[in-house]
Design a protein around this ligand. Structure first.
Ligand code: HEM
Length: 153
């Protein structure tokens, strides 16, 4: 008889539908980044070919939602504030990013509660990577891993 497995600390990866759903989410997100006029500024921050970035974001979100830890294996512990420090990210860029992610979530996540939870969690991370002078974070000193969605109330 096998013992019951403990529930994963962060079950979002399974709830959303695993790797196939994360794949669709990132594709839907970058389709918006690539085409929405409101996202032109953040599109310009990326290389013309988005393939490598998509692959990294898929690995990151998989891990962030409680799935396999391939991101950390390949790139080390996430340091999102450091990674984003090279780009000017203020409220307008945060909002453009969130517009693309909200649209992608609406396309991919059918469970209303899960979608709302993820949206709140993404917004927290987007606030964390903002690096304009108005950001309440002490820029440069906070390189902690942002909260995963499971740890957001
Ligand atoms: C707030 C607005 C944001 C902007 C403007 C932005 C922009 C960017 C840009 C330009 C890159 C570099 C892409 C490349 O090198 O090809 C990047 C990397 C990345 N972003 Fe964002 N980002 C934002 C928010 C977020 C959020 C909220 C998350 C996660 C929930 C996120 C996760 C990542 C990851 C995982 C990477 C790759 C890190 C690595 O190289 O290991 N970003 N972002």
């Amino acid at each position: 008889m096998s013992l019951p497995q403990p529930a994963p600390a962060n079950p979002h990866f399974a709830k959303i539908g695993g790797a196939a759903a994360v794949d669709r989410l990132v594709e839907a997100f970058y389709r918006r980044v690539d085409t929405l006029p409101e996202a032109a500024t953040i599109r310009a921050m990326h290389a013309p070919d988005l393939a490598a970035t998509k692959s990294v974001l898929k690995r990151y979100l998989t891990e962030w939602m409680g799935g396999p830890r391939d991101y950390s294996r390949d790139r080390g512990p996430p340091r999102l504030r450091r990674v984003h420090a090279a780009f000017a990210i203020g409220p307008a860029e945060r909002d453009a990013w969130m517009m693309c992610m909200s649209g992608a979530l609406a396309e991919v996540v059918t469970d209303d509660e899960l979608r709302a939870q993820l949206e709140r969690a993404f917004l927290k991370v987007a606030e964390t990577v903002r690096n304009d002078p108005d950001n309440r974070h002490d820029f440069g000193s906070n390189t902690r891993t942002p909260s995963a969605p499971g740890r957001v109330s």
